[in-house]
Design a protein around this ligand. Structure first.
Ligand SMILES: Cc1cc2nc3c(=O)[nH]c(=O)nc-3n(C[C@H](O)[C@H](O)[C@H](O)COP(=O)(O)OP(=O)(O)OC[C@H]3O[C@@H](n4cnc5c(N)ncnc54)[C@H](O)[C@@H]3O)c2cc1C
Length: 390
């Protein structure tokens, strides 16, 4: 039987996240966006009430929530502000490789840090010359005795300026393309340098930074999984985090849809509210359909993970569809507002700017289509020699 009913616990979780978004995020979201304010106060409050680190298992002190539970939180908080939510959610991205490949000692230490205090972690994959194609990364990790020495630079790192520790992907075999990448946990105090904070189009309250590593030494035990298996870890991580990004896209779309719907009831042209004009109604109807469809795909991709199934195809469907839907809904929300939609005093232009990133980070919409095409055209066993990066 297929049942889309949330349990009472999930309904309560969703309500709690929504209340938090209403009381703590919405009142400051547009100001924080304008000024690019770092939301430290909101991070501390969200951590306090348990809206961060939901994915960390009970055995490491976390709430051990499921992937669908995580998506419920992500949609509501992103409805409040997806920039702030990107910063709140990033620990999930950084700590998934640790949960997948870390030793018991590493998990206790680094997952424990996130539970004991409102600390942040970052996921460092992208480099200036290695975005969608991470096989071209230049950061290296050289084994010297019982240590690795890391050299290189990573760009566009969410929370990079504030993280306590970093999951870093680096080449351990320079000539082996994606098969020469390994993943490591690097504590900030090992010598990570934050070079630059980006000034962004949208999600301006989130921190996006360039970080660099010059002869940064870490214990050999900070290797995640086996040497040269970092690419696989990165891909497995993204399978697990794309449902959350899709949920955030649904949250942004829902916010834009609600503003547009309310505005269409109030704005009068040709003697009637513009909601009475069929052309406007059809935009609203398409927004509503896109949001419903995006949420269904998102939930399916999360439920598959909760059931222990491989979700590569469905999570790519969900992320691609929800991201494109958010962009379209936010664009049409501006259309419903007419000229006012273009003006910063009105709320939807922020959502339009925020929506754009959904089509870019954690694999662009083009890369999601590559994944979908590969999963559709090639049977699983024939994929061993394929490389599709984030
Ligand atoms: C705000 C923000 C936060 C981010 N956070 C993080 C983070 O925390 N950690 C991290 O590691 N990275 C992060 N990123 C990086 C992000 O994941 C990359 O920007 C993204 O993967 C795309 O890489 P790129 O920017 O180098 O674009 P490119 O790979 O250069 O792509 C440029 C264009 O070419 C297209 N393209 C590339 N290859 C193909 C292909 N084979 N087929 C079809 N089209 C293709 C792309 O879709 C895109 O349209 C973040 C980026 C931003 C902007």
């Amino acid at each position: 039987m297929v049942d889309f009913t949330l349990t009472e616990e999930q309904q309560n979780l969703r309500e709690m996240a929504h209340d938090f978004a209403v009381k703590e995020i919405r009142p400051v979201a547009w100001d924080y966006d304008r000024e690019g304010t770092w939301p430290q106060d909101i991070i501390e409050k969200a951590w306090e009430v348990g809206l961060m680190n939901s994915h960390i298992p009970l055995e490491y002190g976390g709430p051990g929530a499921g992937f669908l539970d995580g998506c419920l939180i992500e949609e509501e908080l992103a409805w409040g502000c997806s920039g702030i939510q990107t910063s709140l959610a990033c620990n999930g991205l950084a700590s998934t490789p640790v949960m997948l490949g870390g030793s018991e000692e590493l998990k206790r230490e680094y997952l424990g840090r996130l539970i004991e205090a409102p600390l942040l972690a970052s996921f460092c994959l992208t480099e200036p010359d290695a975005g969608s194609d991470v096989s071209g990364m230049r950061t290296t990790a050289e084994r010297r005795g019982d240590r690795y020495v890391i050299n290189g630079s990573k760009c566009f790192i969410t929370n990079g300026g504030y993280a306590n520790w970093y999951t870093v992907f680096a080449k351990t075999d320079k000539d082996a393309g994606h098969r020469g990448i390994s993943a490591f946990v690097v504590p900030r105090d090992a010598g990570v340098v934050v070079d630059k904070k980006e000034d962004k189009l949208g999600q301006r309250a989130s921190n996006t930074a360039t970080v660099s590593f010059t002869d940064v030494e870490i214990p050999a035990g900070n290797l995640l999984g086996a040497e040269n298996e970092g690419f696989k870890l990165a891909m497995m991580t993204l399978d697990r985090t794309r449902p959350g990004v899709a949920a955030m896209a649904v949250g942004v779309a829902r916010a834009a849809f609600e503003f547009a719907t309310n505005y269409s009831r109030e704005r009068v042209q040709f003697g009637v509210p513009i909601a009475m004009h069929q052309a406007v109604q059809f935009m609203i109807a398409d927004m509503a359909t896109d949001i419903e469809a995006a949420r269904l795909l998102t939930w399916k991709s999360a439920v598959m993970l909760d059931q222990g199934q491989r979700n590569t195809l469905i999570s790519a469907h969900a992320k691609r569809f929800a991201a494109d839907a958010a962009m379209k809904v936010a664009t049409d929300a501006i259309q419903v507002y007419g000229g006012y939609g273009f003006i910063k005093e009105f709320p939807v232009e922020k959502l339009f700017r925020d929506a754009k990133i959904m089509q870019l980070y954690e694999g662009t919409s083009q890369i999601q289509r590559l994944v979908i095409a590969r999963e559709t055209l090639l049977p699983r066993h024939a994929q061993e020699s394929q490389t599709v990066a984030v």
